[in-house]
Design a protein around this ligand. Structure first.
Ligand code: PEP
Ligand code: MG
Length: 756
C-alpha cells in the first residue's frame, strides 16, 4: 500500500469513530486500536493532561489496570518530555534515552522501540500519543506522520468534548517555554497582568478528516490564489518598492508564497484524507519540527515568515478573517500584535483589555494615544514577540520599566503584585489631589486639562480632577464607525459630552482624519493617492474640501451647545486663511440656525492647533483672530524633525527635550505673551513629568494631557517655582547642555521634584 493510501485508511477509520455516537472514552479506546492495527504495533497509548499531570487515558497493549492510574508530571519520562517540549520522539531503544522512566504497573518492560507525538490544542501540548514495539526499530516517516495526523484528530475530539480544562491547557508550558522577559519601549505607562491574545488569532481547526477530498483541493487552490494575489498587490504598492527591509521581507514572503514544494506537500496531505485546514497545519507542524533541529537564527527568522504565511493561508481557507476583537475577549487580556491601527484597538472591550504588547509602535502613533485614552499600558518595540508568546500565556506588562514577563514564575508574580500594590498606593495619592487646585509653589494657577475622544472618557473628568477637556478628538467616533457618522449621532455624542462635563470647558477639535487615522469610507478619490498621508490630504485640508463633513459637524456642535459656551478648535492649520475658511463654515451654520429660531450657544470660542511649523512664522497674523492656541507637539515634532511619528525606527531617535523643540516652543510662548489668547499644549509631551516641567519653564500655563497623567502632573505643579525653572530654562536654551534631559533631571532632583 502507498504511504498516502495507508494514511487515508487510518483517517477513514478515525472518521467513522469520530462520527459515531460513542462516548469520548469509547472513542479513545477505538483510536488506540485503529492506530495499533494499522501501524502493526503491539502498544498504542494516549495520555492526556488532567490537573497538571499526564494521565494514561487509553491503551492497547499495556495493562488495562494502569489506565487512569499511571500519571506523570511534565518533563517526566519520555511522555512527559514530549509534552513539555512539544516534540516528537522516534527511538529504536527507548531505555537508551536519558529521560526514560520505567513504570512497572504498565508492564512495558518487554518493549524496545518507542515513538510519540504531542497532541496539540491551541498551540499547546495537552497530551501524547505513542506506540511501542517489542522489536527494536526506528519508525518510518510515514508512520510518524500517521501518528501526527491521528494526534490532530484527537485534538479535534478533545476540543469537541471539552476533555482538557482551560487551566490545564493554559498552564502547560509549551516548547522551550520557561519564563521569559522581553524588553521594549514604554509607549503608555502602567502595569498590567493578563493572558495573551493574538490580535490576529490562529485559526482553530474544527474538522480534520475530509468528507470530499476533491472539494478540499479546490479550496486550497483558491486560497493559494487569493493569498498570492494579496502579496502581489502588497509588493506592487509604491511604499514597498523603495527598497530596504520592507522589500526584503516581502520578497521572502513572495518566495514562500510561490514555493512549489510547500503547495505540493499540502496537496499530498489532502490526498491522505485531511481537510484543507488540517493539511496546511500538518505541513506547518512538520516544517516546525525540521526547523527546530536546525539551530540557525537566520532560519528561525525565515521560519517566522513562513508561519505568518501559513497562518494567512489558514485564515483565507477557513474564512476566519476577523481579529480577536470580533471573537470577543473572555478574560483579562494582554493583546499581542505586530502593530495595530487606532480603530482596531477601539474595537476591543475596555473592561477586558488590560495591556498591549507590540513588535512595532511609537510614542505618538495614534494607536498609542488611543491606548492611553483607554488607560491601557502599551509596551512597544518588543522584538521577536510573536515567536515567543503563545496564545493564552500569562503575561505581566511593566510598561514603566519597559518590560514584559512571559509565563512568569511564582516569585516574579509575587514581586509584580507588590509593585502593583505600590502603584495603587501612588494612584490613591493622586486621587487625593483630585479636588486640589494645581497652584505652583509660587502661587500661579496652572490649568491641567485632559484629552478625550470617547463618550466613556467623560467620567474620567471628575475622577482625575481635570480642569476640563483641552482636546476632544472628535474623529474617534469616525474611526469606530463603518460609515460616516450621521449628524444626529454626532449631535448626541457632543451633547452627552457637554452634559457630562457640566461647568468645565470642553474644546472640541473638528475631525482630524487622514494620516495614520485612515477611515475606509473616505478613502475614495484623492486620499488614496497620498504617498505621504501625514503631510497629505488630512484634517482641516480634507474637512474644508469635503464641506459636507465640516458643515455637518459644525451644525451638530452648535446645536449640542445650545445655551452654553462652545469651544471649537481646528487641527493642522497651516496658514491663517484656513482658519478663516473653517470659521466661516461655522458662522454660516450659526446664521442658518438663528434664522431657524434655534437656541444658539451663548458664545463660540474659536481656536487653532499649532502643529505645522510654518504657522509659527505668521502667528502675528493669526493670533488676533483666536481665543486660544494649542500646540500639538505630536505632529509638530514630526514635522520639525521630518520624522514620521508612526515609524518605529524613529521612535527613540529625537527627544522632546532637544534644544530645537524647546527653542521652538519658547518662540511660540513669546509670540503669545501679552496677547489676548490662551496658550496651551495638547500633545503627549505635556503628560510626562520632565517635559511638563520644561514647558512650565518656557511659559506654558495650560496643559491638556492624557487622563492618567493628570494626577502626576498636578502633583508636580505644586512643587515648581516658575521663576526658578524659567531662569534655568533661559540659561539652558542660550547655551544648551550636551544632554538636556539629564541636566533637567538633575536640576529637578536638586529642587526636590520627583520626575519619574
Ligand atoms: C498633536 O498632533 O499633538 C495632537 C494633539 O493631535 P493628534 O495627536 O490627534 O494628531
Ligand atoms: Mg495632530
Amino acid at each position: 500500500m502507498s504511504a498516502a493510501a495507508s494514511a487515508r485508511q487510518i483517517l477513514t477509520q478515525l472518521h467513522e469513530v469520530m462520527a459515531s455516537r460513542m462516548y469520548a472514552q469509547g472513542k479513545l479506546d477505538r483510536v488506540v486500536e485503529i492506530v495499533g492495527e494499522n501501524l502493526d504495533s503491539e502498544v498504542c497509548s494516549i495520555y492526556l493532561l488532567r490537573e497538571g499531570m499526564l494521565e494514561l487515558f487509553a491503551t492497547r497493549g499495556l495493562n488495562q489496570a494502569a489506565v487512569h492510574v499511571t500519571r506523570m508530571a511534565l518533563g517526566e519520562g519520555l511522555t512527559g518530555t514530549i509534552a513539555e517540549k512539544s516534540e516528537t520522539l522516534n527511538l529504536a531503544e527507548a531505555k537508551a534515552h536519558p529521560d526514560f522512566q520505567y513504570r512497572p504497573e504498565t508492564g512495558e518492560e518487554k518493549y524496545h522501540s518507542f515513538a510519540g507525538v504531542p497532541i496539540i490544542y491551541r498551540e499547546r501540548a495537552v497530551g501524547v500519543l505513542c506506540v511501542q514495539h517489542v522489536e527494536p526499530r526506528r519508525y518510518e516517516e510515514v508512520e510518524i506522520e500517521a501518528l501526527q495526523t491521528t494526534a490532530m484528530v484527537l485534538s479535534e475530539l478533545i476540543t469537541n468534548n471539552d476533555m482538557v480544562d482551560e487551566e490545564d491547557a493554559a498552564g502547560l508550558n509549551p516548547a522551550q517555554s520557561g519564563p521569559l522577559t522581553i524588553n521594549g519601549l514604554s509607549l503608555a505607562k502602567g502595569l498590567a497582568s493578563g493572558f495573551a491574545v493574538f490580535h490576529q488569532p490562529r485559526v482553530t481547526i474544527n474538522q480534520v478528516v475530509a468528507d470530499d477530498t476533491e472539494a478540499e483541493r479546490q479550496r486550497v487552490y483558491r486560497a493559494f490564489d487569493k493569498m498570492r494575489e494579496g502579496i502581489d498587490t502588497m509588493t506592487s504598492q509604491a511604499e514597498f518598492r523603495v527598497g530596504g527591509e520592507h522589500e526584503e521581507v516581502l520578497e521572502t514572503y513572495k518566495m514562500f508564497a510561490y514555493d512549489e514544494g510547500w503547495s505540493r506537500r499540502i496537496n499530498e496531505a489532502i490526498d491522505s484524507g485531511l481537510t484543507a485546514e488540517a493539511a496546511i497545519e500538518r505541513v506547518q507542524q512538520r516544517t516546525r519540527m525540521r526547523m527546530r533541529e536546525i539551530d540557525d537564527p537566520l532560519l528561525a527568522d525565515r521560519m517566522h515568515d513562513l508561519e505568518d504565511l501559513s497562518n494567512r493561508l489558514l485564515r483565507i481557507v477557513s474564512g476566519q478573517l476577523g481579529t480577536a476583537a470580533t471573537q470577543g475577549l473572555r478574560r483579562d487580556t494582554i493583546l499581542i500584535a505586530k502593530n495595530l491601527g487606532p480603530a482596531e484597538l477601539l474595537e476591543y472591550d475596555r473592561r477586558k483589555l488590560k495591556g498591549v504588547v507590540l513588535e512595532e509602535g511609537s510614542l505618538t502613533s495614534h494607536v498609542v494615544i488611543v491606548a492611553r485614552a483607554m488607560g491601557v499600558p502599551v509596551l512597544g518595540r518588543a522584538r521577536g514577540l510573536r515567536a515567543i508568546v503563545r496564545d493564552g500565556d500569562q503575561i505581566l506588562v511593566d510598561a514603566d520599566a519597559a518590560t514584559a514577563m512571559i509565563r512568569p514564575g511564582q516569585q516574579v508574580l509575587d514581586a509584580f503584585e507588590a509593585r502593583f500594590a505600590k502603584s495603587r498606593e501612588r494612584q490613591a495619592l493622586y486621587a487625593e489631589l483630585r479636588d486640589v487646585e494645581p497652584f505652583t509653589r509660587c502661587g500661579t494657577r496652572i490649568k491641567v486639562m485632559m484629552n478625550a475622544g470617547l463618550r466613556d472618557d467623560i467620567s474620567n473628568l471628575n475622577l482625575v480632577g481635570a480642569d476640563g477637556i483641552g482636546l476632544f478628538r472628535t474623529e474617534f467616533q469616525f474611526l469606530v464607525s463603518a460609515t460616516l457618522p450621521q449628524r444626529e449621532k454626532q449631535f448626541r455624542l457632543y451633547r452627552d459630552v457637554l452634559d457630562g462635563a457640566g461647568d468645565k470647558p470642553v474644546i472640541f477639535r473638528t475631525v482630524d482624519i487622514g494620516g495614520d487615522k485612515a477611515v475606509p469610507y473616505l478613502r475614495s478619490g484623492e486620499a488614496e493617492n497620498d504617498e505621504n498621508p501625514a503631510m497629505g490630504w488630512r484634517a482641516l485640508r480634507l474637512a474644508l474640501e469635503r464641506e459636507g463633513l465640516l458643515k455637518v459637524q459644525a451644525r451638530a456642535l452648535i446645536e449640542a451647545a445650545a445655551g452654553k459656551v462652545l469651544h471649537v478648535m481646528f487641527p493642522m492649520v497651516s496658514a491663517p486663511w484656513e482658519f478663516d475658511a473653517a470659521k466661516a463654515v461655522f458662522e454660516a451654520q450659526l446664521k442658518y440656525l438663528k434664522a431657524q429660531k434655534k437656541t444658539l450657544p451663548e458664545t463660540i470660542k474659536y481656536g487653532a492647533m499649532l502643529e505645522v511649523p510654518a504657522l509659527a512664522e505668521v502667528l502675528d497674523l493669526l493670533i488676533p483672530k483666536l481665543s486660544f492656541l494649542s500646540v500639538g507637539t505630536n505632529d509638530l515634532t514630526q514635522f520639525l524633525f521630518a520624522a514620521d511619528r508612526a515609524n518605529p525606527k524613529l521612535a527613540e531617535r529625537y527627544d522632546w527635550l532637544s534644544p530645537a523643540i524647546l527653542r521652538f516652543m519658547r518662540r511660540i510662548a513669546l509670540a503669545t505673551e501679552g496677547q489676548d489668547v490662551e496658550l496651551g499644549i495638547c500633545g503627549e509631551m505635556g503628560g510626562r513629568r520632565l517635559e511638563a516641567l520644561a514647558l512650565l519653564g518656557l511659559g506654558f500655563r495650560r496643559l491638556s494631557i492624557t487622563p492618567v497623567s493628570v494626577g502626576p502632573i498636578k502633583e508636580l505643579v505644586r512643587k515648581v517655582d516658575l521663576k526658578e525653572i524659567g531662569e534655568a530654562m533661559t540659561g539652558w536654551l542660550s547655551q544648551p547642555p550636551e544632554d538636556m534631559r539629564s541636566t533637567l533631571k538633575d536640576w529637578a532632583e536638586a529642587h526636590g521634584i520627583d520626575v519619574e
